[in-house]
Design a protein around this ligand. Structure first.
Ligand SMILES: C[S@@+](CC[C@H](N)C(=O)[O-])C[C@H]1O[C@@H](n2cnc3c(N)ncnc32)[C@H](O)[C@@H]1O
Length: 212
């Protein structure tokens, strides 16, 4: 069994019905994860979309129930909290705040300048970059956190050290616009990965490492 399901975290909540399988962002998510469906045009549109959403993002996406899977995954996901972490699609820093409470070193990356501008300066260095082509050497990170973020499978695999962990979080479970189920995540990643998963708050987390 590639994924071991842990007990649900206390206090599960039914997620808001924000997005179903036909949500446009769901299509983008699948195309990026499974068909290398990313281009400079798509990058521009996604950056513009999130630039526009940035000012109100923290107020609507920062509540503890939504973020419960980030904390739970870091605490129960068998991750290396003493290591060097990368957060991809860090937005206005909702996940970064929890990440930097719990791990030693982290850097936060996002494509949208406005999302980064609306994130607090303190917790982690903020880098504007496209996760499809990261400005970091191969194998640099012990852990990668992705909260409701598009998956670029080869680039995640490249920058993680051998045995490093990807912590994938969907804060509204299968109602999250940028959603891959745990089996879809494993299918999209190159090679064979295994780890742990659990439901928490209104969502779930998956913590996986590549089996070499
Ligand atoms: C749904 S938001 C999630 C933000 C944050 N993780 C949260 O949960 O509040 C997705 C974020 O991913 C960023 N993003 C999308 N495509 C990206 C890419 N190719 N590289 C880096 N960031 C990207 C967006 O700009 C946006 O901030």
């Amino acid at each position: 069994m590639a994924l071991r399901q842990l007990d649900d975290d206390d206090g599960l909540v039914q997620p808001e019905d924000v997005a179903g399988p036909d949500h446009p962002m769901r299509t983008v998510t699948r195309e990026v994860a499974f068909e290398r469906g990313w281009s400079s045009g798509r990058a521009r549109k996604v950056a513009e979309l999130f630039d526009g959403l940035a000012p109100g993002w923290s107020a609507t996406h920062g509540d503890p129930v939504r973020l419960a899977p980030v904390r739970d995954g870091l605490l129960r996901g068998d991750v290396e909290r003493g290591g060097r972490w990368l957060e991809l699609g860090s937005g206005t820093g909702n996940g970064t705040r929890i990440l930097t409470e719990l791990v030693d070193r982290a850097v936060a990356v996002d494509l949208s300048a406005e999302m980064l501008a609306n994130a607090p300066a303190g917790p982690a260095p903020r880098v504007r970059a496209d996760a499809s082509s990261l400005p970091f050497p191969t194998g640099l990170f012990d852990g990668i956190l992705m909260v409701n973020m598009l998956l670029f499978p080869e680039e995640v695999d490249r920058v993680l050290r051998p045995g490093g962990r990807l912590l994938w979080v969907n804060t509204l479970g299968d109602r999250t616009p940028i959603h891959l189920s745990p089996p879809e995540l494993l299918d999209a990643l190159p090679g064979s990965w295994s780890g742990l998963t659990a439901r928490s708050g209104s969502g779930f987390w998956v913590s996986v490492a590549r089996q070499r």
